[in-house]
Design a protein around this ligand. Structure first.
Ligand code: HSE
Length: 328
């Protein structure tokens, strides 16, 4: 299990408020559908929580780049885990929640998971004993499930622990941190359109031919080996999704040209981020990531799609508590 900061509040100084940020994520990393993901700390959601005297959960505000989200705590990804926490621990108190969205909705950057993780990371120090990071993960996964209709770890796990992580199993929890070569940079290009995770999952076939599963397994194993051996060439040869991308590429206008533009600009390779429509590429360094991002954005522009370009180290930070103002 990755090392992570210990909860920093003891029972005699139990906080009554806390704020946390959680990064976006690049789910699947091309070849690890539902099991491999990386934190992406160019973008964040922020959640501020106040303890209240009644054992309930209230959503007090939703601000930022997305505000049309469910106000009912049972239906909002940020609050589903908090409700479960109140029930599981039979708490005599509850939580009032302020959500500030920095991650666009249905973008393939893990926005719903980030709200869930930020909420649980804030709540971590509002209960006694404090939540462990594994408990933060456990409750955040319940929130993520509300949004995507399935429980998978490729967003939530790297958001909690940081970096790139492989979820071998969710039950029992078995998470493998994947160290990556120094300097490796991710670029993510977000076209201004939405694809819901549910709809992107609905286009996938129920069964995969054995020869496709064999090639995808080889690519996933080789990607992990390439990371372990600092072998950028092997990483580049492995970033080919033969199982999921062919079914989803048609949902993203200009996808093939965007992907090719990244490689032509020097990226090692890339694919759809999570369920899309964002497209990511891994690059050997930051300068290449900026160059690839500009090229990918131009490729989207030929489809009349404006796009945001963000870059961050592949070894991005996970969720953190912060003193920054709620609305910043
Ligand atoms: N792995 C999910 C999918 C998205 O590709 O549908 C992010 O969890």
């Amino acid at each position: 299990m990755p090392s992570s900061p210990q909860p920093d509040t003891q029972s005699d100084t139990l906080s009554t408020t806390a704020t946390a940020i959680a990064p976006g994520s690049i789910g699947n990393v091309a070849v690890g559908y539902d099991v491999l993901g990386g934190a992406f700390d160019a973008v964040h959601d922020r959640v501020h929580i106040e303890r209240i005297e009644t054992p309930t959960v209230e959503i007090a505000s939703i601000t930022g780049c997305v505000t049309e989200l469910p106000r009912r705590p049972q239906a909002n990804t940020a609050t589903v885990g908090l409700l479960a926490l109140v029930a599981d621990r039979d708490l005599p108190y509850g939580f009032r929640v302020h959500i500030h969205k920095g991650i666009p909705l249905s973008s393939g950057i893990g926005g719903s998971a980030a709200s869930a993780v930020a909420a649980m990371k804030a709540a971590q120090v509002l209960v006694d004993p404090p939540l462990t990071d594994d408990e933060v993960l456990h409750y955040a996964l319940q929130g993520e499930q509300i949004a995507s209709g399935a429980m998978h770890g490729d967003n939530v796990v790297p958001m909690v622990y940081g970096g790139v992580a492989l979820t071998r199993s969710l039950d029992p929890l078995d998470v493998v941190p994947i160290a990556v070569p120094d300097g490796l940079y991710a670029v993510l290009v977000h076209p201004h359109m939405q694809i819901s995770t549910r709809s992107a999952r609905s286009v996938l076939p129920d069964a995969v031919p054995v020869h496709i599963a064999v090639q995808q397994s080889a690519n996933l194993a080789a990607l992990v080996a390439g990371c372990a051996q600092n072998d950028l060439s092997l990483i580049g040869r492995s970033l080919h999704d033969v199982m999921i991308e062919p079914h989803r590429a048609g949902l993203i206008p200009g996808f093939d040209a965007v992907q090719a533009a990244a490689r032509d600009a020097g990226a090692l390779g890339g694919s759809i981020s999570g369920a899309g429509p964002s497209v990511f590429a891994w690059c050997p360094d930051e300068a290449t990531a900026h160059r690839a991002g500009a090229a990918m954005r131009r490729a989207f522009a030929t489809e009349d799609l404006d796009a945001d370009v963000w870059t961050a180290p592949v070894a991005s930070e996970g969720a953190q508590r912060t003193d920054a103002p709620v609305e910043a």
